[in-house]
Design a protein around this ligand. Sequence first.
Ligand code: ZN
Length: 134
Amino acid sequence: MITRIDHLGIAVRSLEASIPYYERALGLKCEHREEVASQQVRTAFFHVGEVHLELLEPMSPESPVAKFIEKNGEGVHHVAFATTDIAGQLDQARAAGARLIHEVPFEGAAGKLVAFLHPRSTFGVLTEFCAPKP
Ligand code: ZN
């Protein structure tokens, strides 16, 4: 079951360049930074109430985020839904005809299990499910 929006992923070319915008122009505080080797990204998190913003900077040209920026420029990259059962959520999406990028959840930032649905099957929104690691 989806319980809330966990975070919005935002693709940026540079954390160093973009973090000051969120801190100075919006007055948010960068709470956490982390490299996610599996996705070849550096991340920075901001709390906005219950929701987080996750800035994503590619670590290499092979990173999916680098390819996204090449194609679309910087901007909103994905919407992440917190779910109580990530495997069940993937089953439900698959049964409803959504295309899974990841059949098996993997470890994302902040030690959570994550998996993505392909934007071509979700009306253009790269969709992430995330759940705390059991
Ligand atoms: Zn995410």
